[in-house]
Design a protein around this ligand. Sequence first.
Ligand code: NAD
Ligand SMILES: N[C@@H](CC=O)C(=O)O
Length: 449
Amino acid sequence: MTSFAVYNPATEAVIAEVPNGTAADATAAVDAAAKAFPDWATTAPRARAEVLRKAYELIIAGTENLAALITAENGKSEADARAEVAYSAEFFRWFSEEAVRTDGEYGSSPAGGTRTIVTHQPVGIAALVTPWNFPAAMATRKIAPALAAGCTVVLKPASETPLTALAIADLLTAAGVPEGVVNVVTTDSPAEVVTTWLADDRVRKLSFTGSTRVGHTLLRQSADRVLNTSMELGGNAPFIVTADADLDSAVAGAMIAKFRNGGQACTAANRFFVHADVLDDFVARFGAAIDKLEVAPLISAKAVTGVSGLVDDAVADGARITNTGPVPADGWYYPATLLVDVEPGFRIVREEIFGPVAPIISWRDEQEMLAQVNDSEYGLAAYVYAGRLQDALRIAESIEAGMVGVNRGVVSDPAAPFGGFKQSGLGREGARDGLREFQETQFFSVDWT
Ligand SMILES: NC(=O)c1ccc[n+]([C@@H]2O[C@H](COP(=O)([O-])OP(=O)(O)OC[C@H]3O[C@@H](n4cnc5c(N)ncnc54)[C@H](O)[C@@H]3O)[C@@H](O)[C@H]2O)c1
Ligand SMILES: N[C@@H](CC=O)C(=O)O
């Protein structure tokens, strides 16, 4: 088999070569998953739960190793990498607890002639496709519920970050996951591998996390077999600050919502709507924090070009750069940047930045601001900072987004249903909803006459 190179974004050096999987490897992975499925699907829920719990413990115990791997291939800071390891392990703990809650329903028909028993079956072999920005968590957010439900999986990690997925697969084997239950195919020809899976009748589920652009393609391909799909796609999160918000708290939240993972998060605040009465104060405080912020590198040279093009266009349209943070001379870096005098129609406001740039829009009229907030094909995350909870909730309820941080800059939580409205996706991950994505609902209609 041929191989492809994995790079360290901070040094641009090659750090590993991994197998370059082909269509034949994709089919071999499904063969293994198909062989393992009958036993895993009928393994007692408690036994599956204990394997998942062990996986949680092993990931936590191996935090330093896994975090170092994430930093090496993704470039994120050590602190962000450790936080990601804890977050990714948590999916195994949460779904080990959900695996044993095998709920169903029992009812009777209105006329009384039948009894209805509703149950949930594992959907079958699931194809999982994940991005590079959270190489551990985006994989475990799918693997944990799939295994809890009794599914076996084939996983294609992003070609930029295959090492973390391979390390997680090893940890799962050590935790007692049987051979064939989790099968990783690394490749730099994603379409070849994923198309093979989508065309294979034995694959019953696609769970994809990545861009809306690739999501469109995979949804079209999935239509041919009416494949069960879960899509976690792009975002364009608004961050709203009202006139009476606690500005210290809003700036602290903005730093997390914008700069966690260097802005390379689907949930990253992409456009700031700050009330005109507090605009200068907010910009001064946010700018002071940005001046000191050293960001991690972006994932690639192409990503740096993309972010810098968005900023250049915004400046050409009339925006002003008020603050920038420090960056090293080498590596794929773009500095933390604050932009003011931004208008809602600018490209930087309409597209996902996926980098450490914060564009600020000023507002006075709440309805006008909400219309601008909702004028987007995306609807993943949003953030609201307001002094009165009822104002925050009124605004939150008006936003077309699946997740709203209310006076906080993070929404991610394995126990909450993560997902988006509109073109940000279909379905939810985490919580009980995440388990349901890997189950088929079945009912038995029982004669009662
Ligand atoms: N909603 C969420 O939960 C969530 C989480 C993380 C990232 N994202 C989104 O992911 C994007 C960034 O990640 P990315 O750049 O890795 O996304 P991407 O869409 O380029 O790639 C995602 C995955 O799809 C694969 N892929 C690419 N082209 C393909 C094709 N033609 N056929 C099959 N597979 C293909 C990639 O190799 C990778 O594994 C952003 O838009 C971000 O918002 C969303
Ligand atoms: N930020 C998201 C992942 C998307 O990038 C998360 O926290 O799960």
